[in-house]
Design a protein around this ligand. Sequence first.
Ligand SMILES: *Cc1c(COP(=O)(O)O)cnc(C)c1O
Length: 232
Amino acid sequence: MIRENLRTVEDRIQAACRQCGRNREEVQLIAVSKTKPVEMLEEAYACGCRDFGENKVQELVDKYERLPKDIRWHMIGHLQRNKVKYIVDKVYLIHSVDSLRLAEEISKEAVKKQVTVSVLVEINVAGEESKFGTTAREAAALVEEIAKLPNMIVKGLMTIAPYVENPEENRLYFAMLRQIYVDIIHKNIDNVCMKELSMGMTGDYETAITEGATYIRIGTGIFGEREYTSVQ
Ligand SMILES: *Cc1c(COP(=O)(O)O)cnc(C)c1O
């Protein structure tokens, strides 16, 4: 099932790239494996996946220990400051930095472990109350502050768009994220190397690609529906 799903996703990524004249290489697929067992990640790995996304620290660490070391782990979920220390030396990219306090903690732990951590700043472009992320207005100032911290690089921006039936409804939000990104690039902030836009999930990744996504985060479309139990 995973192999076929990956093929379908790949075909659709290629079609979206063709439609807007982008190179396939500009878009990196992240297989979002949260809640899924290690065996399913191994299957995706066997199909060539090397980028996996998780949203819980403990789960990311467990899977990190059990799976091959050439996997690039993406932390895509809300991150609590007291858990930063467990992942700074294991993650390839943290997509969900939404406050200076969190960034300071990441920087502090990165210095301690002598690593450099790449991060994206998460923006709640639609202003949904239920979602984490800084506001569009505060984004540039936050990027500027984070860029001053040691052992940290701001690589770009991330957003989680609203859940919609018709992906076209999210085009506006993807375009907004890209605009914020372009505005920040034009500020030429020291130590900021903005080149990534993490946006688009199973329901709307083609729209995100046509609006400039460089990372798309796909869970259901690869691994199938998630089952959440009350005890996690
Ligand atoms: C779960 C999750 C995804 C993947 O969602 P699907 O709709 O299953 O593709 C992407 N991004 C984030 C931040 C997530 O938490």
